[in-house]
Design a binder for this molecule. Sequence first.
Ligand code: DX5
Ligand code: ZN
Length: 223
Amino acid sequence: MKYIIAPSILSADFGNLQRDIEMINQSEADWFHVDVMDGVFVPNISFGFPIMAAVKKHATKPLDVHLMIVNPDQYISEFAEAGADRITIHYEACTHLHRTIQLIKASGCKAGVALNPHTPVTLLQDVIEDLDLVLIMSVNPGFGGQKFIHNTYKKISDLKQLIQGVNENLIIQVDGGVGLQNITTLVSAGANAFVAGNAIFATENPSETISSMKSLTASTINI
Ligand code: DX5
Ligand code: ZN
């Protein structure tokens, strides 16, 4: 089993963005997690295409773009052109989720759907075969550095059950309040991709923290 560590550049120092991108390039991280917030779907605005382009210019690893925006259909092709390798949209932001997933795939990107803490995984039952990834939000989206919501463990096991015999290669990603203190338990529960912002960038040696997260995933027994 391969475990993915995806540092969220939302917690990077934007004044030293290139330095932080290089740190991720040189580290054991697998993807760049790019959090796009529109101030409508979530109560915060992060950044848009210019920052995305700057990240793409220097990043040597895939860009995992998490769109916390309403009406994502309008921007899928633009994000794909800006260099996204994967695009994850929110279940709660899509009236025609099936169509949006197909749009992402048609743009050449891998498709993911994110679920807010209140949204049950069973609502994905009829699109689960079409997905490459499901992102379980373990905080309410909008800000880095929030407290992990414990019910996430139950949702991971619900999702594992849902993909059984249907789409077992689906990536189960967890985002929000993830760090050295809970990554082992999350691996045991069945998650295989981990987004971390604060837990990486607020530490003295972010690259070393990424290595520690990676080795914890490798040493955990998946039950
Ligand atoms: C929250 C974002 C997360 C955030 C995670 O809305 O989707 O990706 O950056 O930050 P931490 O790891 O600090 O909770
Ligand atoms: Zn995110």
